[in-house]
Ligand binder design. Structure first.
Ligand code: DHE
Length: 514
């Protein structure tokens, strides 16, 4: 191309791009975004954007918030939080400049070590100081903890009367299932910002909190009630806390023999093995930490299982002798060739099977039951409108259940004949399918609230009722009779994400995620 056509080409490109820019988009004024941050945001969100009373404002922590939503929050504030509206004080371009600023990576990777964790610990009520008598009357084993993502609250629900007993503000953006102590009295929440909160269900009070990381995946509680393990994306480590009062015990950097470090995809507790199992995102290894190896002041020894691929989503059999793992190609930088899940024997690290499951299984939501005298597991797929049912003896896919869109969560219960699966993605996100566990046939498709995402089911202790979320800020938890599939009650809630039944969780019910 001679210079003239080249110039014309660039002019054309610039004009097209300008025409494509939405007319309402405001040009960001980035000249003093740093100064504006210090003046207006730093007091709550921290000098290094690591968070304070407000959440961390780093790209890693904001990956799930669109820039346009960030602009709306800066301009209009966030309801039911301390975040004020800045629209009166800052111009549109200054607000856009601030939004750009918080999505920019910091010049230095932030650190969060043992000392930072220790200093962040807040003991609201020392262990033993509150007494043991519950402050309400209800079946303590049939309580539900409902996480309401819409306004960052949690509701404690009586699983017999379906009345809310208590509602309280949680840390910002909880993720993953809350984890329970073995007697069901205490529940541990993890926020994406690294905060771990210990809540006393008998006394309805947060008793201790600590910030274990900057960008956290999830937490697991040891079956002996001694430890909480926290898996972090940032820093690349696993943090072990005392389950008594959340005092940090150990910070375990996750790196391989060559010194390459890795984010932790998730940590799980494996009761029969008395160990924590750690999934790594950037190293093709699984780590296992026996509870017995954790002792304050001593290096914590880990068992390493070398894998042929990166595995970041897990399902365990009920005995925890075998793990099914899947890789998420987009995040791991490498895809499984031809196989989308592998089955590994945990004692030996031996691969038992490669499973071709088109559509990226969501193994973390996998559940299991007996089908024709054999244990099977079923998993939704994040990319395909199908549930895969897998024979857990031959490790073969025995049936693909067609759905009206890709799903996220599945649930059942030993006392119910059905399995419930949502259609989380796509135009049919308002539908929920119910399949018969003994025939694998579709029984019914519910549309509880047309146009609004219906997702995530949890059963009562006896399996007689199923609770379903309408995943919307103006949402609800709907209680269904699990046999007749009739609606019994609708409780308004703010984007109720997961709900967790004390008995099902503490008894590792096969129909629920662990
Ligand atoms: Fe989750 C559990 C990973 C996005 C809601 N999610 C988990 C677990 C993992 C995981 C590893 C199991 C940990 C546990 O329960 O201790 N989730 C991931 C991702 O990698 C992914 C796809 C991307 C990400 O940004 O992290 C992801 N998850 C989401 C969401 O967008 C959801 C729908 C809304 C949210 O909370 O951000 C979401 N994840 C959940 C819930 C659970 C969960 C409600 C608890 C599992 C259960 O069965 O109840």
């Amino acid at each position: 191309m001679s210079p003239d056509p080249l110039r014309r080409f660039w002019l054309f490109t610039v004009l097209v791009l300008a025409a494509l820019r939405p007319s309402h988009e405001v040009l960001a004024d980035t000249t003093d975004a740093d100064g504006l941050y210090r003046q207006h945001c730093m007091a709550c969100h921290g000098a290094e954007r690591l968070g304070g009373t407000g959440p961390a404002l780093l790209p890693q922590n904001l990956s799930r918030l669109r820039r346009e939503s960030a602009i709306e929050v800066i301009a209009g504030g966030r309801a039911l939080t301390q975040m004020p509206a800045f629209a009166g004080q800052l111009s549109d371009s200054e607000i856009a400049g601030l939004a750009d600023f918080i999505y920019r990576p910091p010049t230095e990777t932030p650190t969060w070590g043992m000392e930072d964790i220790r200093k962040s610990q807040i003991i609201h009520h020392p262990p033993g100081s509150l007494g043991d008598k519950p402050v309400f009357e209800a079946d303590l084993q049939n309580l539900f903890v409902v996480v309401e993502l819409g306004d960052h609250h949690a509701t404690i629900l009586d699983g017999d009367s379906f009345e809310a007993i208590h509602r309280f503000e949680t840390r910002y953006a909880l993720h993953g299932g809350p984890k329970f102590s073995s007697d069901g009295r205490y529940v541990f929440f993890a926020s994406r910002d690294g905060w771990i909160s210990k809540f006393d269900l008998y006394k309805l009070k947060v008793v201790a909190e600590v910030r274990a990381g900057i960008n956290t995946r999830n937490a697991a509680v040891s079956f002996n009630d001694k430890y909480v393990a926290v898996g972090n994306y940032l820093p690349h480590n696993l943090v072990i806390l005392s389950a008594r009062d959340l005092t940090p015990i150990a910070v375990l950097p996750m790196e391989n023999a060559q010194g390459k470090s890795s984010r932790v995809s998730a940590v799980y507790t494996a009761p029969p093995r008395e160990s924590f199992i750690v999934a790594l995102k950037d190293i093709a290894e699984i780590r296992e930490i026996p509870y017995g190896n954790i002792e304050a002041g001593k290096p914590v020894a880990m068992k390493t299982l070398e894998m042929s691929d990166y595995l970041d989503d897990f399902f365990f059999n009920q005995e925890y002798s075998v793990v099914m793992g899947a890789s998420r190609p987009a995040g791991s930088g490498k895809s499984s060739e031809g196989a989308s899940a592998v089955v590994i024997e945990l004692d030996t690290g031996r691969k038992l099977a490669d499973l071709a499951i088109p559509g990226m299984p969501h193994l973390g939501s996998g559940i299991s039951w007996e089908y024709q005298g054999k244990p099977v597991m079923a998993t939704p797929n994040l990319n395909s409108p199908a549930v895969s049912v897998i024979d857990m003896e031959s490790w073969k896919v025995i049936k693909v259940l067609e759905t009206e869109g890709p799903g996220f969560f599945m649930r059942s219960h030993s006392q119910t004949p059905y399995v419930w699966t949502d259609v989380f993605f796509g135009p049919n996100k308002d539908k929920v399918h119910i399949f018969d566990k003994s025939t694998l046939k579709l029984v019914k498709t519910l549309t509880p609230e047309p146009g609004k995402t219906a997702a995530h089911v949890e059963f009562t202790k006896d399996g007689k009722y199923a609770l379903l979320s309408i995943w919307d800020v103006d949402g609800a938890v709907i209680v269904y009779d699990a046999a007749t599939l009739r609606e019994i009650k609708r409780l308004p809630m703010s984007k109720p994400s997961g709900k967790y039944n004390v008995y099902n969780k503490t008894h590792y019910e096969a129909g629920t995620s662990h």
